[in-house]
Design a binder for this molecule. Sequence first.
Ligand SMILES: NC(=O)c1ccc[n+]([C@@H]2O[C@H](COP(=O)([O-])OP(=O)(O)OC[C@H]3O[C@@H](n4cnc5c(N)ncnc54)[C@H](OP(=O)(O)O)[C@@H]3O)[C@@H](O)[C@H]2O)c1
Length: 302
Amino acid sequence: MTNDDRLFLVTGATGKTGSSTIHLLLQRGHRVRAMVHREDERSRSLAEAGAEVVVSDFHDLDGVTAALQGVAGAYLCYPISPGLIEATTYFAQAATEAGVRSVVNMSQISARREAGSNAARQHWLCERLLDRTDMLTTHLRPTFFAEWLKLWWELRDGAGYLRLPFGEGRHAPIASVDQAHVIAAVLIDPESHDRAVYTLHGPVELNHHDIARAMSGTLGIPVHYEPISVEEFASAMAERGMPAHRIQHLSNVAVDYQNGVFAGTNDNIEKIGHRTPLSVEQFVNENKPDFDTSGPYFVPAP
Ligand SMILES: NC(=O)c1ccc[n+]([C@@H]2O[C@H](COP(=O)([O-])OP(=O)(O)OC[C@H]3O[C@@H](n4cnc5c(N)ncnc54)[C@H](OP(=O)(O)O)[C@@H]3O)[C@@H](O)[C@H]2O)c1
């Protein structure tokens, strides 16, 4: 428990990093306001855990302004959807008016001026926009989340398949719960992280053949990685009804991935979040039931 009575706002509160961050802050005795997109089972469970729940769309300036009243520090987490620049602009203005002292901004490892992905370039622009405010700003640039393994997972005839356009590229999958430890730590103690840009990685850099092997060892079934072209991936995503903005993003980050943009590992989770990040084996083991069926986006074999 803590005597600290500062209020923290977590946006994207029902999402992967947001919900884990809220639970951590509450466990440590902090006051948390959760900005949710809609009321549902997920928002009710945040309220039951002790968060103050407010409903607002990122694109509702008055709603975001109300959500930021009395807030000391905020986690800004916008999904891969159109509108990131408008949402960040509204957030920056409303947070400045409300006197919010610090913001932890979810960005991504591929964020850069010359990014081919619209979302990645917009993340880079939004980092720069937030750096122009008076707030203490910290930008998080994770590599691909471990959670994504669930989305592309296919279970067929007792074997698992990952059919993805990642070639022989490598990354160290990072679980959202591990990122939450960094987000919470920076919210609680933002001064030393001002204007920092942190890449976040899991503990072990792997290619997708290695990932398939790690999953196979944990699940006890054969798991195969089948590299596919970006074109096959994009058309399969379109057939599954994925929005065009996300397909544009994923197609371009697939090329980035093959070129090493998502590679690397570091000790930011330990150093900042004081947490040992989950390996692929540990993540899969903790989420076993999710691999009992195929994920929503797997690319079927031709
Ligand atoms: N996944 C990866 O591998 C990866 C890697 C690096 C960086 N990132 C970054 O991570 C971020 C996503 O984080 P996440 O995975 O923790 O989030 P997430 O699970 O995708 O959740 C997004 C949250 O935002 C809410 N939301 C969506 N549209 C909204 C709107 N218009 N107004 C208010 N709330 C809205 C959603 O609520 P509803 O569900 O109710 O709509 C949900 O709670 C993105 O910025 C992405 O670039 C992801």
